[in-house]
Design a protein around this ligand. Structure first.
Ligand code: FES
Length: 280
């Protein structure tokens, strides 16, 4: 099993070849790694530590679904030393990986359910692993209706445009795309994600699970909107990535309330988070 370091040195990264780099926005790129005949052992929601020799490492969520055999994908925003070093790599360079780490989206709880995915900006990256898992030909009939609401600040800030087109063409899901500010070419919805959610999505909240990820302000107001719609805290699921460093529950950097994000998360229900506001 690729990148499964069970029974091995947990600090030792393995090097994998970058087979493709997809520019997403001015500061986000998706890196597709060749697992050279192996398959990743991760499940949607998990993350890995990406390592650049001589620079350091950074925790990044795995954006590919485990149903995509032989590859791993990471969408990386250029924010610091390590992510800038990763952005300077080219196809056929090697990137160090250790992991997978963290808990997963509760797939058994989501099986047989209607799923409402809500993402903002690069927050689509961790959700995409679960979305493509659910939409996989062999998995799709294990889940009921699927709605995806995705928004970004502007059309230029949308990630995975190459895949959004495929989702738009599917007739077994409802896909809504919005931006905060459009431009001359933009023909879709303009509006903030929480507003578009309340104005466009009418579902019985007791029959749906919602999975959300995005900037903290978007998560805050999206959860508020979901609660107003009648969603229950255990049925609102989110994923956090804040302040993680070691990924192993050892450095203490990712502590929020009673949790370590890297070990107890990064996936949490709102029921778990509702009593520790302002920390995430
Ligand atoms: S990232 Fe070090 S304890 Fe969680």
């Amino acid at each position: 099993m690729a990148i499964d370091l069970e029974n091995k040195n947990i600090y030792l990264p393995r090097l994998f070849r970058i087979m493709e780099i997809i520019p997403e926005t001015s500061d986000i790129k998706t890196f597709r790694l060749d697992l050279e005949g192996e398959n990743s052992s991760h499940l949607p929601g998990q993350f890995a530590e990406l390592f650049v020799p001589g620079v350091g490492e950074a925790p990044i969520s795995i954006t590919s679904s485990p149903t995509q055999k032989g590859i791993l994908e990471f969408s990386i925003k250029r924010t610091g030393l390590v992510t800038s070093a990763i952005h300077r790599l080219n196809s056929n360079d090697r990137l160090g990986i250790r992991g997978p780490y963290g808990n997963t989206f509760p797939i058994s709880d989501l099986t047989g359910q209607n799923l409402l995915f809500i993402a903002g900006g690069i927050g689509l990256a961790p959700l995409r692993s679960l979305i493509n898992y659910v939409l996989d030909t062999e998995k799709r009939n294990q889940f009921k209706k699927v709605i995806i609401l995705y928004g970004a600040r502007s059309p230029q800030d949308l990630v995975f445009k190459w895949e959004l087109k495929k989702w738009q063409m599917r007739d077994d899901i409802t896909f809504l795309l919005t931006v905060d500010r459009g431009d001359d070419q933009w023909k879709s919805t303009v509006g903030l994600v929480p507003n578009v959610l309340k104005e466009n999505i009418q579902v019985n909240p007791l029959e749906w699970k919602s999975i959300i990820c995005g900037p903290p302000i978007m998560i805050k107001f999206t959860i508020k909107a979901l609660l107003e719609m009648g969603f229950q805290p255990p049925d609102i699921i989110t994923t956090l990535e804040m302040r993680m460093k070691c990924g192993l529950g050892k450095c203490g950097r990712c502590n929020i309330g009673p949790y370590y994000v890297c070990k107890d998360g990064p996936v949490f229900t709102y029921q778990q988070l509702q009593n520790i506001p302002e920390e995430y």
